[in-house]
Structure formats: C-alpha cells, structure tokens
Design a protein around this ligand. Structure first.
Ligand SMILES: C[S@@+](CC[C@H](N)C(=O)[O-])C[C@H]1O[C@@H](n2cnc3c(N)ncnc32)[C@H](O)[C@@H]1O
Length: 422
C-alpha cells in the first residue's frame, strides 16, 4: 500500500465514522461498501481532503451562476438514500444519474457478483468518465448507458431496485414499468417547492411511499421535467410552485407591503432541529402550498420575516398568502427555543396563517408521523385514489395525505434530520 492509499483509507474511515454518528448508516453492508469504495478515484480533480469531506463535489459546472451540471453527491445523502433503497445481494439495480460512477460502485458492492448494476447518464462526457473510473477501480461489470433516464434502461429490466440520483419533477412511466412488483424506487422528487428523497414500493401498479427525507438535488433535465414555476411578488421575494396550481403572482404584487397578521403556534424548535415535515404536511392539506424565497435585503428591510430565507413553506390563495416564520427566545430565557408561527398578508392572510399554524400544531403532536404519499399513473380516475391532496404532473398523479399509514413494510428509521444537498 502506498502512503496515498493509507492516507485515503484513514480519511475514508473518518468520513464513515462521521456518517454513522450523524445517524445515516442503516446497515452493516452499506457501511462495508462505503469503507471499501475509494471515493477519491471517482473525483480525480479533488484533493484527498476534498474527496473525503462530507460535501458534494462539482465535477462539471452548469451555466454561469446556476447549479452544477454534474457532481458527486454529499456522502451523508448517498448513505441515507442507500438505506432507503435496501439493495440486497443478487438484485438487479438501475441508477438514473451515473455522475462520477461512485454510487454505481457502491451498488455493485451491495448486490455482489450475483447482482447486476446499470447506470444511466444523459451527458456522454459524464457517462464516459464514469465508465473509465468504474473500470479503473475494478467495477467494470457495471453497465454504463448514455441516454435520457426518463426512458430507464429496458435492456436490463426488470429491476428489483431503482435509485434516482438527480432531482426529477415527475416520475416517468418507464420507471414503474421496469420496476419488478414489490421492488423499490428511491427518488428525490420535487413537489410544492420542496424536494424529498422518497422510498416508494411498487404495489399493484401503484407506487406507495414507505419513507421520505428532505434533500436537495440538481434538477433532472429531459422530457416532462420542467413543471416547476417561479415568479417574483416583490423586490427580492419569489415563489416556486407547480404547473397544476392556479397561482397568479400578478394578484400578489404589493401584498407584502400591506399590514400582515402574525399567528404563533406554541410549538418550538431548538437550533438545527428540522421542521421539514411541516412543509410535507402542508402539501397534503393545502392546495396552495409553495416555496417562499426571500433575499437578505428583503428580510433586512423588514419586508418579510420567513423562518428560513430562501426556503420556507408558503400557502397562497388568490390574492392572499401566508408563510412560516419563527421568533427567538427572550434574552433571559432558560431554554434556547424558537417558536414557530405564520405571517399572513392579503384579504385572507389571517385565515391562511391560522391554517398554517393548525398544521404546525398537528406536526408538533407527533413529529415522527410519516404522511401517506402515493403515485399513480396520470389519468387514474379521481374516485380510485387514496384520500389527500391530488397533484397532477405530466405522467403521474401524486397524492399526499397527512396521516400515518400502517403498511406491510416497516418504515425506515430516519437519521438526524438536517438539510442535505446532492
Ligand atoms: C448528482 S449527479 C449524480 C451523482 C452520481 N450518482 C455519483 O455517484 O457521482 C446527477 C447526474 O444526473 C445526470 N442527469 C441529469 N438529467 C438526466 C437524465 N434525464 N437522465 C440521466 N441522467 C441525467 C447529470 O448529467 C449528472 O451527471
């Protein structure tokens, strides 16, 4: 072993120790795979320290000022998603988004010699690089395909597991068709301005979620993936919503300059405690749920006071809106807790703020509750759907209901909840 190999192994082991302590390791087989695959050989332009930091590494820049076109995902996200996927020896696995090839190598370790891994990337230069790195590290048996992942990879289907490592707005029918009955699809899906890594199980032609975790991924390009809409409602304040929502930013111009109504929920959090399931609950109860994004200038000038500058849940109804806010503890408070609330503007603003607070309180009663998320193929009659909010995408009808479902498969235990990026 060279000095570099030993150094790399030490750094790799420290990184995996960190992932374990953060609560993102869910099996000894995933731990073994992470300790085995040499991540630094998949990101040759990074230093050893960069390769083994818990960070995403850009490997192909995107347009000026935009998100990268390709990257190696953050290691805690990789571990969390592999936990959701639960790939077993002998499985046939499809990955959409080959990137560096690193995750495909981990999958190859997990499925072993009797399994099969296929990975697809839309960018020929990226898939070529992934192929070279996989061959150089002894994982040349992985099938690397160049093409739009929207079509899956029918030549190696059916798959027991499909993992998507780029952020789609919709679930193309090919994924459902190529997933074996009872198989799992793990996908960082975008809806109502947020992105969650959802672990779906294929049950009778329907995808039923078993778990979902907040995450952030570079958006998928390709057919049917351009369903998110965005618009400005004031200087430095934008909303993000889906194309099936009748949100009209023209009707909201000037609404933040009008006096608002603040409602406090009584529920509170400590620093870094996650509130992402409030947003998830809102997507299952409020048809106008969206993302409220404010630049620092808009906050510093007291135009608005969202809980998180660029990423707070908001709810729009016609010419009114409400968004999540929080207030810090009194200077002499014994416990450093932040109370959650909502600020509403416009004719129905106060009512909307009350409704957001109702959902904060419902979340507070059981913060571990997993809403029911079901994806049907588009066109399924409304009468055949599970109860909840229906979101129509191009290929899928997504239904979210804010109650726990007692499924036949156990829920996956979540690690410590922090916002994670790909
Ligand atoms: C976050 S990277 C994937 C990371 C990768 N799994 C790894 O281990 O390094 C996302 C990749 O998805 C690819 N991508 C984007 N849209 C795609 C599509 N429609 N089909 C297939 N790949 C796509 C990008 O080219 C990029 O390489």
């Amino acid at each position: 072993m060279t000095t570099t190999d030993t150094q790399a192994e030490d750094l790799r082991n420290s990184l995996i120790d960190h992932i374990r302590e953060a609560g993102h390791l869910h099996s000894s087989s995933i731990e073994r795979a992470l300790r085995t695959v040499p991540r630094h050989l998949f990101v040759p332009e990074a230093t050893l320290q960069e390769a083994y930091a818990n960070k995403a590494i850009t490997t192909k820049p995107g347009p000026e000022g935009g998100r990268p076109a390709s990257c190696a995902s953050q290691p805690t996200v990789v571990a969390m998603m592999l936990g959701q996927l639960d790939a077993r020896p002998g499985d046939r696995v499809l990955e959409i988004g080959a990137g560096t090839g690193y995750n495909a190598a981990l999958l190859a370790e997990l499925v072993g010699a009797s399994g099969e891994v296929t990975t697809v990337d839309i960018a020929p230069d990226v898939s070529r690089q992934a192929q070279l790195a996989l061959e150089a590290t002894g994982y040349g048996r992985v099938h690397v395909v160049t093409g739009d992942g929207v079509r899956g990879a029918p030549e190696h289907a059916p798959y027991q597991r499909i993992i998507v490592t780029v952020g789609p707005w919709d679930l193309p029918p090919a994924w459902l068709h190529q997933l074996a009955p009872g198989g799992r699809l793990v996908v960082p899906l975008h809806w109502r301005g947020q992105a969650r890594s959802v672990a779906f199980v294929h049950e009778n032609g329907v995808l039923q979620a078993r778990d979902s975790q907040l995450c952030g991924f570079i958006p998928m390009i390709g057919e049917g993936q351009d369903g998110e809409r965005t618009g400005r409602i004031a200087e430095g304040v934008a909303l993000y919503w889906d194309r099936d929502q009748p949100i009209d930013v023209e009707a909201l111009q000037g609404v933040l300059e009008e006096p608002g109504t603040t409602v406090w929920s009584g529920a509170s959090v400590v620093p870094n405690e996650s509130t992402d399931r409030i947003w998830l609950r809102l997507t299952g109860t409020e048809p106008g749920t969206c993302r409220f994004a404010a630049a620092p200038d808009a906050i510093n000038s007291d135009l608005c006071s969202p809980a998180f500058a660029y990423r707070s849940p908001g709810v729009v109804e016609g010419d009114s809106l409400a968004y999540l806010t929080l207030r810090g503890p009194e200077p002499d408070a014994v416990e450093r807790r932040w109370e959650l609330g909502a600020i509403g503007h416009g004719p129905a603003g106060a009512q909307l703020a009350e409704r957001v607070c109702d959902q904060i309180r419902a979340w507070d009663r059981d913060r571990t509750e997993q809403p029911v998320i079901t994806a049907y193929l588009a066109g399924v009659p409304l009468g055949e759907l599970a109860g909840g909010q229906v979101m129509d995408k191009q290929f899928t009808r997504l239904v979210v209901a804010p109650h726990t479902r007692c499924g036949s498969l156990p829920m996956i235990t979540a690690g410590r909840r922090t916002r994670m990026r790909s």
